[in-house]
Design a protein. Structure first.
Length: 335
């Protein structure tokens, strides 16, 4: 009998310790809630949940890492470093681009071209209104064999831009302005731009409807797809088409470029391009393959670029013609 009174307290103490251990392991009292019916406790799944959480975290981290690479390479070393879209809203805020361009076709005089583009965000407008000032840099007719005449004969345009929508996925704006030639040429354009991301691909689609007093009504469509290969290489495919009602045919262009960041100051771009039209049938009459080497020459806003190219034209019976291009460019407010 004495042995019974001795064993009973030990048994109760063991049961009490077991109960505490259960609560520590499972975080629940099996008799919580009252009554004699214990609550059913499932087996712990902490280890399985940890593995799933780790996999999800790794996937999210990798996606964010690839997006960051794509943004850094695409946003800086292409659009900003090369100055391709410094005015066309891929870089927000007030910006200016000053450039001097030369193009030498073997056997012909050197062509010179001067360009100036300025975008000012007007104050007190919630960033909705921009004032645009641009020269005729992209106009083939503005090239001249005399660098002095190029500066003197350049034509400018002034426009007021209203931004309807500007997000990470959409950009919709409307421009109206005047090209200051003789006579002055009024123009308007409405542009829709859509950005999209698919895994490690980034796409940019642009649709522009425009009108000018001299050129009439037209539209321009472009599509661009970029894919980072690693932290210093990116491949970009682009295509575009432009249609003027007065012409009645499409002008087409295609291109494939590999951008390679050599270091923080130098970038190489290897490209192949083709252009044509639909005057009779869909015909490509201009091909080119070349290299663009671009380097910072002063701080982060002054650049020099040299680009040798091999060009072949249907007008020249597709003979291969060497071309050498040089560009000096200053991007103000691009950092």
């Amino acid at each position: 009998m004495n042995n019974v009174f001795l064993i009973l307290p030990l048994f109760l103490f063991s049961a009490f310790c077991w109960s505490i251990e259960e609560q520590a392991l499972y975080g629940v009292n099996p008799y919580e809630g009252g009554g004699n019916n214990p609550i059913v406790v499932e087996e712990p799944v902490v280890e399985i949940e940890s593995k799933i959480s780790f996999i999800d975290y790794s996937h999210d981290w990798l996606k964010e890492y690839l997006d960051t690479i794509s943004f850094n390479v695409d946003g800086f070393f292409i659009d900003t470093f090369f100055g391709d879209d410094i005015i066309d809203d891929d870089v927000s805020g007030s910006r200016a681009k000053l450039s001097f361009f030369t193009r030498r076709v073997i056997g012909q005089p050197v062509d010179y071209n001067y360009g100036l583009s300025i975008k000012l965000v007007l104050p007190n407008t919630n960033d909705r209104f921009n004032l645009l000032l641009q020269s005729s840099e992209d106009d083939e007719d503005s090239r001249d064999n005399n660098p002095i005449n190029t500066v003197e004969n350049v034509e400018y345009s002034t426009a007021l831009r209203y931004i309807f929508k500007e997000t990470d996925q959409w950009n919709v704006n409307f421009d109206t302005g005047v090209k200051w030639g003789f006579p002055p040429d009024p123009f308007t354009r409405l542009r829709f731009r859509r950005y999209a991301y698919f895994d490690n691909y980034r796409t940019k689609s642009t649709q522009t409807v425009f009108w000018s007093g001299q050129g009439g009504l037209g539209e321009k469509t472009s599509f661009e797809m970029s894919r980072p290969m690693n932290i210093d290489r990116l491949v970009r495919f682009n295509m575009g088409a432009q249609y003027l009602v007065s012409n009645g045919y499409f002008e087409l262009n295609y291109g494939l470029t590999l951008f390679h960041e050599l270091n923080a100051k130098e970038v190489l771009a290897y490209y192949i391009r083709a252009s044509g039209d639909t005057i009779v049938d869909t015909t490509f009459n201009n091909y080119g393959i070349g290299v663009r080497y671009r380097r910072k020459v002063y701080q982060n806003w002054m650049f020099a670029e040299i680009s040798p190219e091999l060009e072949t034209l249907s007008a020249n019976e597709y003979d291969i013609t060497p071309v050498l291009m040089f560009r000096f460019e200053a991007l103000i407010g691009a950092q």
